[in-house]
Design a protein around this ligand. Structure first.
Ligand SMILES: Nc1ncnc2c1ncn2[C@@H]1O[C@H](COP(=O)(O)OP(=O)(O)OP(=O)(O)O)[C@@H](O)[C@H]1O
Length: 302
């Protein structure tokens, strides 16, 4: 049974419909991503899931509870990542963890959690003295203090350098391995591809696609492109005769073959049969970026 069920969610701000019939279901133990351009309605959707906003239509169940009506009970089951601005600059890491753990009936051991998140030697450090990555890890620790079944993480790695971002990804995978279901809002294709089991792409308040990262890419385009330099002049007809090949072009001394299926095997076998080899061979496939542009009509804004 799904641990999060969102069915036909509608949320309006005055005349503006920010979320217009969003539906998705998250299975226990999944990392489920919500991806979309700026203003698509991602944050509004997860704020409704967290019980922070009242929907204007549709229904939501999280661990079987209605987040709006049963917010008190939900607090014990759902961990929400705090925004940076919500923590006092002078609060020390240990104080913040102790304070926030007092909000839960059955909190996790905050010292152990700090160790797990690499903050064990920062307990006496004021929030304002932490690096971006440390602040982010603290906000994740705070989201996990109540030993939640579900963690909702919004723009998890925005503002982090590539190494800190990768460290946070490893951390999230570790948290999932402990059985926590994760609902993740993200702008980053690499993050979505690396972390998420499934993704809902939201655009203008609607789900435009819902699939695994690989499924989204395949839905949009399963074509591949191979580039190489042939070891001797090549007759294009050898390649265009192959059922896998759609087109053969030349670019800067290279042959560019576009096609589907097991294109690489078909092309390399044909070359070998004709005593040719391919130098500088590169295979390019449609990426999640390409899929996002095809689905929403625009590149993702960072
Ligand atoms: N409190 C609010 N009052 C009025 N309009 C709002 C409010 N919060 C969000 N909106 C509007 O609702 C739409 C959806 O906003 P939301 O923050 O959910 O999008 P988002 O996909 O999370 O965007 P971003 O990636 O920029 O954070 C936007 O047009 C936004 O301007």
């Amino acid at each position: 049974m799904a641990i999060i069920e969102v069915d036909g969610l509608v949320k309006r701000y005055g005349e503006h419909t920010a979320v217009n019939g969003v539906s998705f279901a998250v299975e226990p133990g999944e990392i489920f991503g919500i991806l979309g351009p700026n203003g698509a309605g991602k944050t509004t959707t997860v704020e409704c899931v967290e019980g922070l906003r009242t929907p204007d239509g549709g229904s939501i169940r999280v661990c079987g509870l209605d987040p709006h009506r049963e917010e008190g009970e939900l607090r014990e089951l759902v961990g929400v990542q705090l925004q940076e601005s919500e923590l006092q600059e002078k609060l020390r890491v240990g104080e913040a963890l102790e304070l926030y753990s007092s909000f839960y009936r059955d909190p996790a051991d905050w010292r152990e959690l700090a160790g797990l998140l690499g903050l064990g030697d920062k307990l006496g450090t004021q929030f304002r003295r932490l690096s971006g990555g440390q602040k982010q890890r603290l906000s994740i620790a705070l989201a996990l203090l109540g030993s939640p079944k579900v963690a909702v993480l919004d723009e998890l790695t925005t503002g982090l350098d590539p190494q800190a971002r990768r460290d946070v990804w490893d951390l999230i995978e570790g948290i999932r391995a402990r059985g926590v279901t994760i609902l993740l809002v993200t702008h980053f294709m690499e993050e979505a591809e690396r972390l998420c089991d499934r993704l809902a792409v939201i655009d203008s308040g609607r789900v435009v696609a819902l699939d695994t990262p690989a499924g989204l890419v395949a839905k949009v385009d399963d074509r591949q492109r191979i580039r190489f330099r042939p070891s001797a002049p090549l007759d294009d007809a050898l390649l265009t005769a192959l059922p896998e090949v759609e087109s053969v072009q030349r670019a800067g001394g290279r042959v560019v073959v576009t096609g589907t299926g097991n294109l690489l095997l078909a092309v390399t076998t044909t070359l070998a049969r004709n005593q040719l080899t391919a130098a500088d061979l590169r295979v390019e496939q449609t990426t999640l970026d390409d899929a996002f542009v095809a689905l929403t009509g625009r590149p993702v804004d960072v």
